[in-house]
Design a protein around this ligand. Sequence first.
Ligand code: BDR
Ligand code: CA
Length: 324
Amino acid sequence: MPDPDDHQTDPPPPAPVPVVLDCDPGHDDALALLLAHADPRVDLRAVTVVHGNQTVDKCLRNALAVCTLAGITDVPVARGADRPLVRPLRVAPDIHGESGLDGPDLPVPTVVADPRDAVTLLHDVLTAAEQPVTVVATGALTNVAMLLRAHPEVVRSVRGVVWMGGSTGRGNITPFAEANAANDPEAAQHVLDSGVPFTMVGLDVTHQALVTADVLGRLRALGTPLARTCVGWLTFFAGTYDEQFGMPDPPLHDPVAVARVLDPALVRVVRTHLVVETEGRWTSGATVADLHGYSGRAANADVALGLDRDGFFDLLVAAVASYG
Ligand code: BDR
Ligand code: CA
């Protein structure tokens, strides 16, 4: 006869990781936002928007439209920098369209922007948090660098910066620079120099997250309006990637950075010395990861090299499904 007092209780699930998302939606940023808000392992506390895929105003409108579409009403969204720290603005209509999120029609946003600017919102959220917060950044690092410049002491409130950007090899906007790195190399180097724990989730892994027909099929099979919109975004993205790079199965860059936070085992990293080229005539924005230790310099970053692709897309499809 079992003793009724002798029951086993499951351990409580670990507390969600507090996260802020700094982004430039952007097709893959939109999916990163959906993933970060859906998964119970993350407590998304703020969304801040930066220039990049389009002007900051267009990216802000897109972020608000994504929140409206998905019913995300409990997360403040703030406008950030409208240009890089020292370089001219460069946007990417060739990849993300004139709106920055071309493809399916989006609702006129009913979610409104927070009155604070991105640096103020980030500072408020980080300093109010009961534990250090992870900053997931999926655009140029201008907002994050401006935060660390204005409030250097906030480093103590940052558990780490997990950045979609860079590459240990070739680039995607110049031969050696990835777009988020090339758009503001000085900002990326400033964040590295701040000493904040830094993870680079670059093209090495995001080009392992290719949206193949089976992924589109799984999303389509969900049959929800949001899933249909995601398929529309990814179909647009596939078209521009095919035109620009001859890649009809586009890489889903930004959600991989979120996945690294949700389930670190999905993204394998190596610890190494990392620096961003800010002076190169032909290579500015190149992220130079000293994988073989040539420089003898101390490691200052985790650099992502491997992705559990199946695990990643399971996570993504489940996130979209969770919105119903
Ligand atoms: C990065 O650039 C942008 O087009 C994407 O949103 C992603 O953050 C990939 O190089
Ligand atoms: Ca992005």
